[in-house]
Design a protein around this ligand. Structure first.
Ligand code: SF4
Length: 386
């Protein structure tokens, strides 16, 4: 059986868990990574798997239109599919996978073989243990899946059930595979790296972090990147004991921290669960241990007021002048499945845009906020059928 995975630079990590499930059950399965429409058209596959996020909708629709004459079973999963399975089925997929795919993909392939494919598969898993040994490629190691927080713009807590951690033994096993494949550095996937093996999903487990870092060093990993892309940290999880360990063991000099707004009122409305003083405290701790902070902000939330914008800009100016930070700018996108999905993004007024451009020119702000502004508008129009 020939199984193809439509790989893009954004979905490599989403497919990784599936390869282990397939290899463990279907030993005869041939797995192909397909990087372009041309490869789909010229290939001969039984099932083609997609995994995508809401901003990818336009090109996925176009690609489906272009390959519509191909006799192939089309399956979709990922964040957007989980949030809007019916909409994705209507796009032309034969089946959709909602939630975590590790179990569902096994049922789906069995049903396909028996000629009994269902339109919807839905399941969750209770632990993370897939392995690079079953995959044609390696990537960052997923150590935390899910999030205890409920930020109203984010799909993570609505996509996964609860919070799961990969065990230290499992991380070390993956690190050994990386070394065998001549990679002496390691990165992680986690919505909040400092929550790794935390009892409450917030308070860092210092002993576990030390065991993780020292274990990785002991087996020969030269560079550990922790709290930097594709993972980040939450402000209230940043405590001196944890950052001290990071400074001792980790290679990254930059840490990504989600702040999202400089307005206390907006943070509250977003259900962020932290205050601005916790943000300042976290930046201060990270700077004191030599880490530069990449501060994530989102602009254009629904019903955003000028007062909130001014407070956010003032907060940005304050941290830029007092700390070692740079601003990573995003624009709000109404993502399906989130509490804010049905709310229209606010347009950024001219004066606010001018300030963002000014910061960009000074090299203090980066990010795809203008591209996301267009995507956000498009998502909103699709949802509102405009
Ligand atoms: S803390 Fe991060 S991952 Fe968790 S809900 Fe908020 S934005 Fe999403």
């Amino acid at each position: 059986m020939k199984l193809a995975f439509r790989i893009t630079k954004n979905n490599k990590n989403s497919f990784l868990p599936l390869f282990s499930s397939i290899k463990r059950v279907f030993r005869d399965a041939e797995i192909y990574l397909v990087k372009s429409e041309e490869e789909i058209i010229s290939g001969d596959f039984d099932i083609l798997f997609y995994s995508f996020m809401s901003p990818d909708l336009s090109w996925i629709k176009q690609e489906l239109a272009n390959i519509k004459n191909k006799d192939i079973c089309l399956v979709a999963g990922g964040a957007h599919t989980s949030a809007d399975p019916e909409g994705v089925l209507n796009m032309g997929f034969d089946s959709v996978v909602v939630g975590e795919g590790e179990k569902s993909i096994v049922s789906l392939i069995k049903d396909y073989r028996n000629g009994n494919l269902k339109p919807l598969y839905h399941s969750y898993v209770s632990f993370i243990d897939y392995s690079f040994s079953d995959s044609l490629y390696t990537s960052a190691v997923e150590i935390v899946r899910g999030c205890v927080h409920r930020c109203k713009f984010c799909q993570v807590p609505y996509l996964f059930k609860g919070v799961k951690y990969r065990s230290i033994a499992s991380v070390l096993r993956e690190a050994r595979i990386l070394l065998e494949r001549k990679r002496s550095f390691i990165r992680f996937i986690a919505p909040n790296s400092l929550s790794y093996l935390s009892y409450d999903g917030v308070t860092p487990n210092i002993k576990a972090l030390e065991r993780l870092f020292s274990g990785l060093k002991d087996i020969g990993i030269k560079e550990i990147f922790f709290g930097s892309f594709p993972s980040e940290v939450r402000p209230e999880s940043v405590v001196p004991e944890a950052v001290k360990l990071m400074a001792r063991f980790c290679a990254n000099k930059r840490v990504v921290m989600g702040i999202q707004s400089g307005s206390e009122e907006r943070l509250f409305k977003l259900n962020r669960g932290h205050t601005l003083s916790q943000v300042l405290n976290a930046i201060n701790i990270l700077n004191n241990f030599g880490f530069y902070v990449e501060a994530d902000f989102i602009f254009g939330f629904p019903n955003e007021t000028d007062k909130e914008r001014k407070e956010t800009l003032n907060f940005i100016y304050y941290i830029l002048s007092h700390f070692q930070v740079y601003i990573h700018a995003h624009t709000y996108m109404p993502l399906p499945g989130t509490p804010l999905a049905s709310q229209k993004p606010s347009s950024l007024p001219k004066w606010f845009r001018a300030k963002l451009h000014e910061l960009e020119r000074e090299g203090l702000l980066r990010g795809f906020w203008q591209k996301q502004e267009k995507i956000g508008e498009h998502l909103w129009k699709e949802r509102a059928h405009l």
